[in-house]
Design a protein around this ligand. Structure first.
Ligand SMILES: CC(C)(COP(=O)(O)OP(=O)(O)OC[C@H]1O[C@@H](n2cnc3c(N)ncnc32)[C@H](O)[C@@H]1OP(=O)(O)O)[C@@H](O)C(=O)NCCC(=O)NCCS
Length: 132
């Protein structure tokens, strides 16, 4: 999981689920990328992994242990990597890492990571066991 300093480990962990470019429309008043946009990309990435496991409708039930290590600049290539860490009766836990290319060196650097928990739900919005 995350530390309070920039992660020097050069390799992302998990499967590439989403790759996009940070655009000016997603900036905060300081001109850097808004954290909520990054979290929404992570939610989408984790949702893809959860859909694959649950084979049907899912909902985000929890986001755990997130902290941001560096700011994201406009124009950064934002890559979300996912790893399924636990599958329960109706829930699936997915670790999501976000990486960008460093602005000057273009080296890959980790922005954040977090655990997303999704639950398989039925058409009425109630939880459903994933073996059904
Ligand atoms: C998802 C939802 C139907 C779950 O209802 P619930 O009554 O908490 O369901 P349960 O207590 O039976 O828990 C279902 C599973 O989720 C897990 N779970 C529930 N809350 C959790 C949490 N905070 N952290 C981790 N796992 C959690 C339970 O452990 C259980 O896992 P299992 O079936 O694999 O054993 C309900 O919380 C809900 O509708 N939440 C809103 C979801 C949503 O709209 N998300 C988008 C928000 S914008």
């Amino acid at each position: 999981m995350s530390t309070t300093s920039v992660d020097k480990q050069p390799e992302p962990y998990g499967e590439l689920a989403i790759q996009t470019i940070a655009m000016p429309a997603h900036t905060n008043p300081r001109g850097e990328i808004f954290a909520g946009w990054v979290v929404s990309q992570m939610d989408l990435a984790a949702g893809i992994a959860a859909l694959d496991v649950a084979q049907g409708r899912v909902a985000t039930v929890a986001i755990n242990g997130m902290q941001f290590l560096i700011a994201v600049h406009v124009g950064a290539i934002v890559s979300c990597y996912t790893e399924v860490t636990k599958i329960g009766r109706s829930s699936v836990h997915i670790n999501v890492e976000v990486w960008i290319n460093e602005k000057k060196t273009f080296e890959p650097v980790k922005v954040t990571e977090g655990e997303f928990v999704f639950v398989a739900i039925d058409d009425s919005g109630r939880t459903r066991p994933m073996d059904k």
